[in-house]
Write a protein that binds this ligand. Structure first.
Ligand code: PLP
Length: 371
């Protein structure tokens, strides 16, 4: 069996030893996040001069690393995150994979990695999810999280763009981000650390951005907060992101509500959930703006009641309400600290599309062919 896409042919070798259905059901009943994986993965190699080759879909399993492998030293790597959802009619569909494919290419370019053709990115998803469709949970709060990634696999300690690169796609059944219902998070506004600076890699989905964030996240936890909020690196004044999610601010309420999300300055990760909510917000009749929000505005807006809701958005949790914020200057609540009306309305609108429970007017859902 093989599947061809623009010159890249994935050789498909289904696993001979499938996990028994009872064991799979046990795992799917409480998958958690990122700890269990489905039975197949896609792998492809790129070599300078030769391009992409040895593309295959095979049984999920270990990858051996020579200790001199470049990525282990210099972190030349990028990744993506997207989800396959069980549709109400029983089929499986992936949310906006072409958008992730395009972002994967942009991230690769920034990290001096080769660009994987978008058709190959989507084909790898179709093949792995097609073979492992039984691993897409039917619980409406669960999904199959897809993790495409690419890394410098050349064995060489000189610092240079790798002459060999490996692409891998793995899939991980994931449970509800909020097993006990949507619960607002508290955030710590980090003034000691920056996630990204102008000219840096903040716009690329690369692990190094996360490595540099861990100490700030630990500091947030020490402050009794769930998540860290990143401010701009120069003035520590403009709000950028929350952990690995984008932020939205809701001014006013009801049909008059105005949504503001920090504009993409080059130091923010352009989230696909963010982009989708810009569209859905307009569909629902709200005024939607990409602009700047300062820490002072955030705090003053909460004090005078003009800023009514704040939420974060990303593939993993879809939408997370933010209930309170804390900085070195003090602590303040957002609204009544409960999930806001606009927040939950947007969340429902997006989840309904992802589940196939609402019309997909923007053609965001990609049906995975059954295998
Ligand atoms: C992935 C990511 C996001 C969210 O992007 P989505 O495409 O919506 O999942 C936001 N910020 C950072 C830093 C990220 O890595």
């Amino acid at each position: 069996m093989s599947a061809t896409t623009v010159g890249i042919t994935f050789k498909v070798t289904p696993s001979g030893a499938r996990v028994p259905a009872s064991e799979r059901q046990r795992i799917l009943s409480n998958p958690g996040f990122g700890k269990v994986f489905s039975e197949h993965m896609a792998v492809a190699t790129w070599s300078r001069g030769r391009g992409w080759h040895d593309a295959e879909v095979r049984q999920y399993g270990q990858i051996a690393f020579d200790p001199g492998t470049s990525v282990l030293h210099y972190a030349q790597a990028v990744f993506e995150g997207l989800k396959a959802y069980r549709q109400e009619d029983g089929t499986v569909a992936v949310f906006r994979p072409e958008a992730n494919a395009a972002r994967f290419q942009r991230s690769a370019r920034r990290l001096a990695l080769p660009e994987l053709p978008a058709a190959a990115f989507v084909e790898a998803i179709d093949l792995v999810v097609g073979l492992d469709s039984d691993w897409v949970p039917s619980d409406p709060e669960h999904s199959l999280y897809l993790r495409p990634f690419m890394y410098a696999s050349e064995v060489n300690l000189t610092v240079h763009p790798s002459d060999e690169v490996t692409f891998v796609l793995i899939a991980s059944p994931s449970g509800s981000y909020f097993p006990t219902g949507v619960k607002p998070v508290t955030v710590w506004l980090s003034e000691d650390f920056s996630r990204a600076a102008p000219g840096g890699t903040g716009e690329a989905k690369t692990g190094g951005n996360y490595a540099g964030s861990l100490l700030a996240q630990a500091q947030a936890a020490e402050q009794g907060c769930d998540q860290v909020v990143w401010l701009d690196a120069i003035e520590h004044r403009w709000v950028e992101e929350m952990g690995g999610m984008n932020l939205f601010f809701v001014f006013g309420s009801g049909s008059k509500a105005r949504l503001v999300t920090p504009e993409l300055t080059g130091t923010l990760l352009p989230g696909i959930t963010r982009d989708s909510l810009l569209t859905l917000g307009r569909d629902l009749g709200y005024e939607v703006v990409e602009g700047r929000v300062s820490v002072d505005q955030w705090r003053a807006g909460c004090a005078d009641g003009s800023l009514t809701e704040v939420f974060a958005c990303g593939t993993a949790a879809v939408i997370t309400p933010v209930g309170a914020a804390k900085s070195a200057a003090g602590w303040w609540a957002i609204g009544d600290g409960k999930p806001g009306v606009v927040t939950m309305r947007l969340r429902q609108a997006l989840v309904d599309i992802q589940r196939g429970a609402a019309p997909d007017v923007h053609r965001w859902m990609h049906a995975v062919p059954a295998r």
